[in-house]
Design a protein around this ligand. Structure first.
Ligand code: 2PG
Ligand code: MG
Length: 410
């Protein structure tokens, strides 16, 4: 038994220079937990509510002083003296204290900061690593990294409409060697882009952000980099996050950068053609969150061949996943703690996914920090994959480095 002594929240800064909520919790026995919550750019409409001040005199309205105040003034006084090993009870309490369907009263950013700092303080009180606290003795398997080495969509100011082009070294044995492959391919891709006069800065998730003639050029360049770096596509596959909810418009899809209008059927056909031609092993949010009929067709056509991942589609929410299971759509779920707002609800959705044969892919957000919670979470639940951006930018690499250390420890 150990009890909460102090809860303090802060307004800190994320990887895009936007304010975000951080929370510090200490216990009577001297344990400490500290969390910083992430923030998305291409958010799903069914996500939990991120509370921002909307005071345009500060940070263009993006301040989080109200969320911070909600922790310090409302949540903290209620949780003092609470047993630090009662995660479920505290998460339920936070959900009820907020009282709304999507945590719009206290803010999911406030609620999540407390929920995660609470878990970290509990692990610290038991003097065990977070992955072991969350996963017990079964927490032994490292996820395969999905490294986003070319950025487009809402994460980059180039002309590429697909948001993420990831390399997935699934055929390489250890996490350390998978990271090595990712880093080497990333470096070679940089060289190729430079030689072709296509070099640019990087996008929000650390991938290069060149302007290209089309999506296929991105795929060609990445495959060239895989082989030039000394690997092959039997061991290194490609995953796409189309983030097509961003494109959805009046029952069709408008690809904003190229100004192309496509129907759901046309997009499905595009994906089938891409999968014929390239070693694509996974497509995330190929269709929008409300295009259930399209998702059914997409799943019929590609669901046995590749991972079809629901991100905006499921928003880490058991109700949305239940709908997906019932409709038989997608076969994998992207897991983002801040889409739902508490650790317990996140663990629930992952358990449901496992039970129904959906793969769990633990994910960062495009707005991140040095917080590495998701690395431990992925190991705790034996998630087959984690996506944390390119092996570039400390906000991305922090998670990969944490996993490298966990692999040594295990
Ligand atoms: C996604 C994420 C993370 P964002 O769409 O999967 O890569 O982006 O955090 O902007 O929603
Ligand atoms: Mg996504």
């Amino acid at each position: 038994m150990d009890k909460i002594k102090e809860i303090r929240a802060y307004e800190l800064i994320d990887s895009r220079g936007n304010p975000t909520v951080a929370c510090f919790i200490s216990t009577e026995k001297g344990a400490k937990g500290f969390s910083i919550v992430p923030s998305g750019a291409s958010t799903g409409v069914y996500e939990a509510h991120e509370l921002r001040d909307k005071d345009n005199t500060r940070f263009f309205g993006k301040g989080v002083t109200k969320a911070v105040e909600n922790i310090n003034e409302i949540i903290a006084p209620n949780l003092l003296k609470e047993n630090i090993f009662s995660q479920r009870k505290v998460d339920d309490f936070l959900i009820n204290l907020d009282g709304s369907e999507n945590k719009k009263c206290l803010g999911a950013n406030a609620v999540l900061a407390v929920s995660l700092a609470f878990a970290k303080a509990a692990a610290s009180s038991q003097k065990i690593p977070l992955y072991k606290y969350l996963g017990g003795e079964n927490a032994k398997k490292l996820p395969v990294p999905m490294m986003n080495i070319l950025n487009g969509g809402a994460h980059a100011s180039n002309n590429v409409d697909i948001q993420e082009f990831m390399i997935v070294p699934f055929g390489i044995k250890t996490f350390a060697e998978q990271m090595r492959a990712g880093c080497e391919i990333y470096a070679v891709l940089g060289k190729i882009l430079k030689e072709k006069g296509l070099i640019s800065g990087v996008g929000d998730e650390g991938g290069y952000a060149p302007s290209l003639s089309g999506d296929e050029e991105a795929l060609e360049l990445i495959i060239e980099a895989v082989f030039k770096a000394g690997y092959n596509t039997d061991a290194v596959g490609i995953a796409l996050d189309v983030a097509s909810s961003e494109w959805a418009q009046n029952g069709a899809y408008l690809l904003p950068k190229r100004n192309l209008l496509k129907t759901s059927d046309e997009l499905i056909e595009d994906y089938e053609n891409l999968c014929e031609k390239y070693p694509i092993i996974s497509i995330e949010d190929g269709l929008g969150e409300d295009d259930t009929e399209g998702w059914k067709k997409l799943t019929e056509r590609l669901g046995k061949k590749i991972n079809l991942v629901g991100d905006d589609l499921f928003v880490t929410n058991t109700k949305r996943l239940k709908m997906g299971i019932k409709e038989n759509i997608a076969n994998s779920i992207l897991v983002k703690l801040n889409q739902i707002g508490t650790l317990s609800e996140t663990l629930d959705v992952m358990e449901m996914a496992k039970k129904y044969g959906y793969k769990n892919i633990v994910s960062h957000r495009s707005g991140e920090s040095e917080d590495t919670f998701i690395a431990d979470l992925a190991v705790a639940v034996n998630a087959p994959f984690i996506k944390s951006g390119a092996p570039c930018r400390s906000d991305r690499v922090a998670k990969y480095n944490r996993l490298l250390l966990i692999e040594k420890e295990i």
